[in-house]
Ligand binder design. Structure first.
Ligand code: AKB
Length: 339
């Protein structure tokens, strides 16, 4: 018999670490962790299996189908926005073809065990594209169906995969004589910039905030690649984990949409610097804007409206700006760096 599990792709990444920790300690299914890199030993111990492999490897995915009964997929594997700009074709392969592979795997799993397979997909504020700063300021807290005109390959990938998920959930094989629901229950969250106290991001354009914080905590200098006034929404990593777990647990009939914004706090790069220099006086923060990456950040909303998430599945962040910095980041980073 195949063991009932949840599958987490990109499990060794920032969100992956938090999810493996959560489900490894208190999930009712085993955890199969998949990543290109070997899992950290501490997390490996929490997994039924941790597999080092590629979501583009069809043979590997077939092995997963033969060995496990997958009831939910948290598909985190992706190339983030900056890295995707340097290799747009690879980004499309990983972010889109990889997601298509996992949607097909979910559909086949559901056919085998006869239950729906929940598919949790981390989309992003990168799916939005504001044309200029004046419009960004005027737009205020953007709703899900506004300004979906991404400027990056990563944002295009995320927006298209949202649509792929809707297709699999509602319109899969609609012309087939033996048409049947795919069994894929796709649910997506458009995450803001995420800040973890214990992992470092890589390849994201919102990484300036966590990079600044961690550099200062190490007593190092940091040249921020956006100007002080650059403003986007951010979220403490524990809230990102909470939102995925909460959306996954919501009854399908409560969800009036497949893609949700979640908001925690909106902050400028200058405000991050102000907090950082107070918390870690040895850090030396300067601002050296890199125009192409500034243009990407300027195209993302200053804030998002998350009323639908609050209405449909009771979303509410635990960490507002003050709590995120003073109760999560500061103590956790200090112990992380033994400050
Ligand atoms: C990135 O910067 O690419 C990501 C994101 C905002 O989705 N952190």
């Amino acid at each position: 018999m195949r063991q009932p599990v949840i599958l987490i792709t990109g499990a060794n990444g920032e969100i992956g670490h938090g999810l493996v920790e959560h489900f490894g300690r208190n999930g009712d299914h085993g955890v199969v962790a998949l990543d290109l890199k070997p899992m950290d030993e501490r997390l490996d111990a929490l997994c039924t299996a941790s597999i080092t492999g590629d979501i583009l490897d069809d043979n590997l995915l077939k092995r997963l189908i033969s060995e496990y009964e997958i009831h939910a997929i948290y598909h985190l594997a992706a190339l983030l926005s900056t890295r995707s700009e340097y290799t747009p074709d690879t980004a499309h392969k990983v972010n889109v073809n990889g997601t298509l592979n996992l949607l097909e795997l979910a559909a086949e799993q559901s056919r085998w065990h006869g239950q729906p397979v929940k598919f949790l997909f981390p989309s992003s504020i990168a799916a939005y594209g504001l044309p200029d700063l004046a419009t960004k300021t005027e737009a205020g807290a953007v709703r899900e169906d506004q300004w979906a005109a991404p400027k990056t390959m990563y944002g295009c990938n995320k927006l298209y995969c949202e649509q792929l998920g809707r297709y699999y959930t509602r319109h899969y094989r609609q012309l087939a004589a033996d048409r049947a629901p795919s069994g894929v229950d796709f649910r997506a969250i458009r995450f803001p910039g995420l800040i973890s106290a214990v992992t470092m991001p890589s390849g994201g354009t919102s990484d300036y905030a966590p990079e600044m914080i961690h550099a200062a905590a190490r007593g190092e200098s940091y040249a921020c690649f956006v100007p002080e006034h650059a403003q986007i929404p951010f979220m403490a990593m524990p809230d990102a984990i909470k939102s995925l777990v909460q959306l996954s647990a919501a009854p399908a009939e409560a969800l009036q949409r497949g893609v949700y914004n979640v908001n925690a706090f909106s902050i400028t790069a200058g405000q991050v610097r102000d907090w950082v220099v107070e918390a870690f006086p040895n850090g030396k923060i300067t601002f050296e804007p890199d125009a192409p990456r500034v243009a990407i950040v300027d195209s993302w909303p200053a804030e998002v409206n998350d009323d639908p998430a609050r209405r449909d599945w009771g979303w509410k962040p635990d960490y507002d700006l003050a709590r995120a910095f003073d109760e999560y980041l500061l103590p956790t980073i200090r112990s992380f760096y033994h400050r």
